[in-house]
Design a protein around this ligand. Structure first.
Ligand code: NAP
Length: 491
């Protein structure tokens, strides 16, 4: 796209506003530019919610939720299906807008919209599946366990896959009879908020049930501490996740923490190195490594290390980097200068600690070159911390036991993968890894919309979202007993 055909993406009605009660209302916490990372151009002005805006939105959400919870399950299902259709109707526009706002390549934008459609379709089945139990009881008394919605669910989401990471909570929570107050990252308010407001409005969702308030920590903490919001679904960094978890604990709320951590990809000596290099490159560099499941630690059998390293250096040198929306590059920019500086410091500190820079290690604008470090060991920042940038960390091992020991030298993580021709051996290794998701003969970036997603330790608080986990996440149990008349009591 040239300078002359540059288009802002924020709808004018949404600029400097929050979406509350089915309307875009001026945000009282001010506004900020939404910047296209690849070009530095301003895509619009996002409204920043104040604590007062958040409280008003929670009021309206709580008021709207009761009638929604009492509506027929098929009515809720119909809204979710219409939201999927509304996403499909603007597939190309939304995919391109996501590419531009998040700095991703266009296929990444298309992936987000495709997944969002499936997430709405899957959620449409939930109202009919939220079954309870008839429990054994005493004579003359019926005893039921039934699923009831929490009420208002607070959703806080990050910048990297804003549509998927918002709608994966918004869709099932709404389907199961909750209202949702969504706080997207203000760097990506269109992908993480405006799109959802638009498609659910078109789908006929009654006003107040989806409130979208971009904002910073003040708005986020108001959401987390308000007593009318009994559940928080948070996706983001382990640091902020700890804070959210502490606040939720103090306020006795249910909290789902989907965080980050170490993702190990183990390469055994019988792996096909050409195919493995491609898998590693995708797992580590897709969306500039800004993925919670990125293959950020690559543990390679010493006998094939050199061969794999050469192949990865070749890819790092040749993969084009630039404006993702141009359709001509494999890697786009990092989201902003702060993320780039944090990542570069981690790379340079690791080199000072003894890692060898094989490729990359520098940037142009916000575009960081795909980077390969070898000789990586525990104690180096690139091994101990989540890089969240385009980095392959090559770690050498000589036995299966050593591979497992190195991989489990972490405080937990989301995903792990093992690549090798002997599937039984690869699976035996995979089953010993401290990870929430394990893939054999694949890289670590996988999500299917119907799988339970989550991980232990820094990966989160052990809860999972998605697929079979959603009914448990977004409802609570209520025990109900019924007798025809009062029984006798001993007092
Ligand atoms: P982050 O800094 O934790 O931010 C995530 C969200 O939390 C943003 O909306 C942020 O808003 C908000 N926030 C920050 N401080 C808050 C507070 N005190 N109270 C309430 N909300 C607050 O995460 P990030 O750096 O943007 O995202 C990268 C991290 O997310 C990585 O660690 C990655 O692994 C993880 N992640 C996990 C998953 C998963 O599914 N497990 C998926 C994607 C990413 P502001 O931007 O305004 O601060």
């Amino acid at each position: 796209m040239g300078a002359s055909d540059f288009l802002p993406i924020m709808p004018s009605a949404a600029e400097r506003c929050v979406y509350d009660g089915g309307q875009w209302r001026p945000a009282s916490g001010g506004s900020r530019p939404v910047v296209e990372p690849a070009t530095g151009r301003v895509l619009g002005q996002v409204g920043i919610a104040s604590a007062a805006d958040m409280q008003a939105a929670i009021d309206r959400a709580a008021a709207a939720q009761k009638a929604w919870a009492a509506s027929a399950p098929r009515e809720r299902a119909a809204v979710l299906l219409k939201a999927a259709q509304a996403l499909q109707a603007r597939f190309d526009d939304y995919a391109m807008a996501i590419a531009r706002e998040t700095g991703g390549i266009v296929p990444k934008g298309q992936h987000e919209v495709r997944e969002a459609i499936v997430l709405c379709q899957v959620a449409a089945g939930l109202p009919m599946q939220a079954q309870g139990h008839v429990l054994p009881s005493t004579p003359g008394r019926s005893s039921l366990a039934k699923r009831v919605p929490h009420g208002v669910v607070g959703v806080i989401s990050p910048f990297n896959f804003p549509l998927i990471l918002g709608i994966r909570s918004v869709a099932p929570a709404l389907a199961l009879g909750n209202a949702v107050v969504l706080k997207p990252d203000p760097r990506t308010p269109y992908s993480g908020g405006v799109i959802m407001a638009e498609v659910f409005e078109q789908a006929g969702l009654p006003a107040g049930l989806l409130q979208v308030l971009p904002g910073d920590g003040e708005a986020g903490e108001t959401l987390v501490t308000d007593p009318r919001v009994p559940m928080i679904a948070f996706t983001g960094s382990p640091g902020v996740g700890r804070r959210i978890g502490e606040l939720a604990g103090r306020h006795l709320k249910k909290v789902s923490l989907e965080l980050g951590g170490a993702n190990n990809l183990i390469v055994l000596e019988d792996a096909d190195l050409d195919a493995t290099a491609s898998a590693v490159a995708f797992g580590a560099w897709f969306h500039q490594g800004q993925i919670c499941m990125a293959s950020n630690r690559v543990l390679v059998h010493a006998s094939v290390m050199e061969g794999l390293k050469q192949r990865l250096v070749g890819k790092a040198t040749h993969l084009p980097v630039g404006d993702g929306a141009s359709g001509r590059v494999a890697l786009g920019p990092m989201i902003d200068a702060k993320q780039l500086a944090r990542f570069d410091t981690l790379v340079q500190d690791s080199i000072r600690a003894g890692a060898t820079l094989e490729a990359g290690g520098s940037s142009e604008g916000l575009c960081y070159k795909p980077t390969v470090l070898s000789g990586v060991q525990p104690g180096m920042r690139c091994f101990d911390e989540e890089p969240f940038g385009p980095l392959v960390n090559l770690v050498s091992f000589s036995s299966d036991e050593e591979a497992v020991r190195l991989a489990n030298h972490s405080q937990g993580g989301l995903a792990a993968a093992v690549i090798g021709r002997d599937v039984s051996r690869a699976l035996a290794i995979g089953e010993q890894l401290h990870a929430g998701m394990v893939h054999i003969n694949d890289q670590t970036v996988n999500d299917d919309a119907v799988n339970p997603f989550g991980g232990p330790g820094l990966g989160g608080n052990g809860s999972a979202v998605g697929g079979p986990a959603d009914i448990d996440e977004y409802t609570r149990w209520q025990w109900v007993t019924v007798r025809a008349a009062l029984p006798g009591f001993p007092f």
